[in-house]
Design a protein around this ligand. Structure first.
Ligand code: 5GP
Ligand code: MN
Ligand code: MN
Length: 479
C-alpha cells in the first residue's frame, strides 16, 4: 500500500522501490507523521512514485513538506537524473520556468515608515504592471530580447536597472551560461516582448514586510537582517515566455519518447535523454527562459527602488538585494552518490536550492553560514528566511521547500473563500492588500495554503535548512 512508509531519519519517510515494479529508486517524503495523512489526499504521492520510474533517476524521488499535486511531477519535488544519459523533463521544472523569489532589505524600521506604507503600496502598484498577460513599459525588439535571454539579470544591470552587488546576490549570478535564444520559439518571444518588469497574476506578488523574529543571530548578521527591519519580497517568474517554452518542448518530447524507447506511467512526465537533440535544445531554451525570469525580477526590483525613493528619498542602493532564489529550474550539479562524486541533472520544481556553509556557489559574504533560502508563506501569514545546511547534500540534493504549499485547489478556494471578507480581515490585522482583481485574492487566501510554520519546522528539524528569521507582511501587492 502507498501508506506503507518507513521512517528513515527524523522527518523523513520512504516508500520502498519494491512498492511498484517500475520504480528505479525509492520515493522520499519530508513531513511530520500528521502531514502524511494530508499528503495522501491528492495525487502527489502517486505522482512521486511515477517520478521514481524515470530513466537515470538517482538515490530517490523526493518531495518537501510543501508538496501538492502538479503537472506530472508534484510541486515541492526534487529529482536528480544521471548526467548525461538520464532524462530531462519539462514537467519536473514546471511551466513557470525560474519562478523564484528575491528578498530586498532596507535600513528603515517599522516606526520609520508606518504612516506612509499605503503611499508606498500605491507607488509600487503604479510602477509595476500586474495582471494576466499584462505588458509593461520595457518593449523589447527581438535582438534586445535575445540579449536578455543570453545574459539575464546581468544585462539589466548593464542597462542601468540595478547594481553589480545585485548580481553577487543572485543565484547563478542571474545567468545560466548555456542559454540559447535560437532554441526559444518565435511565439514564446512574442509573448515575452512586453512582459519584462511585469509581475503577472495570482500567486505572484510584491510584499512589504517587517522582520518579526530572529532565530539565528550569526546567520542574521551575515545576511544583514535585524528585528523591526522593513523588507520587500518579490515573487514572479518568466511569464508567458517561459510558459510557452514549456508548452513547446512538452509537445516535442511527447512525440519523441517512443523513438528513445522511453515509457512513462503518465504522459505528463514527457522527457528526453539529456544528451539527445531534444534534451539539449530544451535545456538551452529553459536556460534562456530562466535568464528572462532573473531579468524580470531585476526589473521589478528596480521599479520598487524607484517607488521607494519617491516616498522615502535617499538613494536607489538603499534597498539592497539580500538574495534571489529560483524554485522552478534544472541544473547540472555534482553530488556524492553511493560514496562517489557524480554529475547529475537536478530538477527542482517548487523546491529551493539550499547549499550549506563552504559551498563555492554561495556568495562570499554568506559562505560561512550557507545560502539564504527564502520561503514565502501567504499574504496573511509569515514568510521565512532560512540558511542552507549541509545535511541537504546527503538527503535532498542540496534542496529545501519553496513555500507553504497549497492545501486547496484554486477552484476549491474560489468556491469557499469570499475575497472581500479576506481583504477586510487582513486590513483589520494591519495587512493592506493592493490587488488588480478580487478573483485572484480568493485563490490566494491564507487558508488556501498549508501552515507555513510547520512546513518550515520540518526542513529545519530534518537538518536541510535552518531557520534564520521570520517576516510579517504589512502590504501585499497582487496581480
Ligand atoms: P508558487 O511558486 O508555488 O506559486 O508559490 C510559492 C509559495 O508562495 C506558496 O506555496 C505560498 O506559500 C506562497 N505565497 C503565495 N501567495 C503569497 C503572498 O501573497 N505572500 C506571501 N508572503 N507568500 C505567498
Ligand atoms: Mn513560484
Ligand atoms: Mn510562478
Amino acid at each position: 500500500k502507498i501508506t506503507d512508509m518507513k521512517k528513515k531519519a527524523p522527518y523523513m519517510w520512504e516508500i520502498d522501490k519494491s512498492f511498484r515494479s517500475d520504480m528505479n529508486v525509492p520515493a522520499r517524503i519530508f513531513a511530520t507523521r500528521e502531514m502524511l495523512d494530508d499528503v495522501l489526499k491528492d495525487r502527489s504521492i502517486e505522482q512521486l512514485v511515477n517520478v521514481a520510474t524515470l530513466r537515470g533517476i538517482q538515490s530517490a524521488a523526493i518531495v518537501m513538506p510543501d508538496v501538492h499535486e502538479g503537472y506530472g511531477f508534484p510541486i515541492g519535488g526534487v529529482a536528480a537524473t544521471l548526467w548525461p544519459s538520464g532524462v530531462i523533463s519539462p514537467g519536473g521544472i514546471g511551466y513557470d520556468i525560474n519562478c523564484g523569489v528575491r528578498l530586498v532589505k532596507s535600513q528603515l524600521e517599522l516606526s520609520d515608515i508606518k504612516s506612509r506604507i499605503k503611499l508606498l503600496g500605491a507607488a509600487i502598484y503604479t510602477s509595476i504592471p500586474s495582471g494576466v498577460g499584462k505588458g509593461g513599459d520595457i518593449l523589447l525588439s527581438e535582438a534586445k530580447l535575445d540579449e536578455v535571454l543570453r545574459h539575464g539579470a546581468q544585462k539589466m544591470v548593464q542597462k542601468g536597472y540595478g547594481f553589480e552587488a545585485d548580481i553577487d546576490h543572485t543565484e547563478s549570478r542571474g545567468c545560466l551560461e548555456n542559454a540559447d535564444p535560437a532554441m526559444v520559439s518565435h511565439q514564446a518571444k512574442k509573448r515575452g516582448e512586453d512582459q519584462l518588469g511585469t509581475m503577472g497574476a495570482g500567486n505572484h506578488f510584491v510584499e512589504v514586510g517587517v522582520v518579526e523574529e530572529i532565530y539565528d543571530e550569526e546567520c542574521a548578521n551575515a545576511y544583514g537582517l535585524f528585528e523591526n527591519q522593513i523588507t520587500v519580497l518579490i515573487h514572479t517568474g518568466s511569464r508567458g515566455l517561459g510558459h510557452q517554452v514549456a508548452t513547446d518542448y512538452i509537445k516535442i518530447m511527447m512525440g519523441k519518447m517512443r523513438d528513445y524507447g522511453i515509457v512513462v506511467p503518465d504522459r505528463e512526465l514527457a522527457c528526453a535523454p539529456f544528451d539527445s537533440p531534444e534534451g539539449q535544445k530544451y535545456f538551452a531554451a529553459m536556460a534562456a527562459a530562466a535568464n528572462f525570469a532573473w531579468a524580470n525580477r531585476q526589473a521589478i526590483m528596480h521599479g520598487v527602488r524607484l517607488a521607494w525613493r519617491d516616498i522615502f528619498g535617499g538613494k536607489l542602493e538603499d534597498l539592497e538585494l539580500l538574495y534571489d532564489v529560483a524554485h522552478n529550474i534544472a541544473k547540472i550539479e555534482t553530488h556524492i552518490i553511493d560514496g562517489k562524486l557524480q554529475k547529475v541533472i537536478v530538477h527542482r520544481k517548487g523546491a529551493t536550492r539550499a547549499f550549506g556553509p563552504g559551498n563555492p556557489e554561495v556568495p562570499k559574504d554568506y559562505r560561512d553560514v550557507g545560502q539564504p533560502v527564502i520561503i514565502p508563506g501567504s499574504m496573511g501569514t509569515s514568510s521565512f528566511v532560512l540558511a542552507g545546511a549541509n545535511r541537504s547534500m546527503e538527503l535532498s540534493f542540496g534542496s529545501s521547500c519553496h513555500g507553504a504549499g497549497r492545501q486547496m485547489s484554486r477552484s476549491e478556494a474560489k468556491r469557499r473563500v469570499d475575497a472581500t471578507s479576506i481583504i477586510n480581515e487582513l486590513e483589520h490585522r494591519g495587512i493592506h492588500v493592493q490587488a488588480g482583481s478580487l478573483k485572484g485574492i480568493a485563490e490566494e487566501a491564507p487558508q488556501a495554503y498549508k501552515d507555513v510554520e510547520s512546513v518550515v519546522n520540518v526542513v529545519h528539524e530534518a537538518g536541510i535548512a535552518k531557520k534564520v528569521a521570520k517576516l510579517r507582511p504589512l502590504m501585499v501587492i497582487k496581480g
